[in-house]
Design a protein around this ligand. Structure first.
Ligand code: SAH
Length: 208
């Protein structure tokens, strides 16, 4: 089913990076969704993971991963651990993954799941990812899987020169745009619109 998912949902829509395709074939997505959703794990859509949150559609995970241009020596940051699936895909492709989840129960479950599946290079933290993970910065790539209404400045600051930030930006369930932010060697950033998307909102711990 994973082979078919990659061929029909991901390659067919233009994702080409062979390492990304291999990671999508490799990570057992059905082990990242709740029991009740297991049969739908390889469907072409997002799925509920509890707490009103979702695991993204496989194609969107692949697209965001390709846009981040992961390489084996990279250090990656993810905001919005959720099930841990996107972190697991990144974990196959980079040296270290740091991932932050704001909902305690989701963060704890993901951490346990990733440990059980043997992803020793994924480091989890529970908290508000709006401020990034300063102790582990800077990062070669940052993937944000919940949408803020504008790009959090701390994430730009924690991106290395040459680094890539992939992030959905826009109002809650309104028009969000997946954006690719690139920082050049001089530290200047360029923002590119990639595709309209629909993500859950990036929450703030202080309620803002
Ligand atoms: N990447 C996940 C999908 C996550 S859905 C996966 O592969 O399963 C988005 C997640 O972002 C939710 O779990 C939500 O609780 C979390 N989130 C929302 N706001 C956040 C914040 N400020 N900091 C960290 N996580 C946040």
């Amino acid at each position: 089913m994973r082979e078919q998912m990659v061929a029909e949902q991901i390659e067919a829509r233009g994702v080409k990076d062979p390492r990304v395709l291999a990671a999508m074939r490799d990570v057992p997505r059905h082990l990242f969704v709740p029991e009740a959703e297991r049969e739908a794990a390889y469907d072409d859509r997002p799925l509920p993971i509890g707490h009103d949150q979702t695991i993204s559609q496989p194609y969107i995970v692949a697209l965001m991963t390709e846009l981040a241009r992961p390489s084996p020596t990279d250090r990656a940051l993810e905001i919005g651990t959720g099930s841990g699936y996107q972190a697991a895909v990144l974990g196959k492709l980079v040296a270290e993954v740091y991932t932050i989840e704001i909902i305690d129960e989701l963060g704890r479950d993901a951490s346990r799941r990733l440990e059980k599946l043997g992803y020793g290079n994924i480091h989890t933290r529970i908290g508000d990812g709006y401020g990034g993970w300063p102790e582990q910065a800077p990062f070669d790539l940052i993937v944000v899987t919940a949408a803020p209404d504008r790009i959090p400045p701390a994430l730009i600051a924690q991106l290395k020169s040459g680094g890539r930030l992939v992030i959905p930006v826009g109002a809650y369930y309104g028009a969000q745009e997946l954006q690719l932010v690139r920082k050049d060697e001089a530290g200047r950033t360029r923002v590119e619109d990639v595709a309209p998307v629909r993500f859950v909102p990036l929450r703030r711990r202080d309620g803002k």
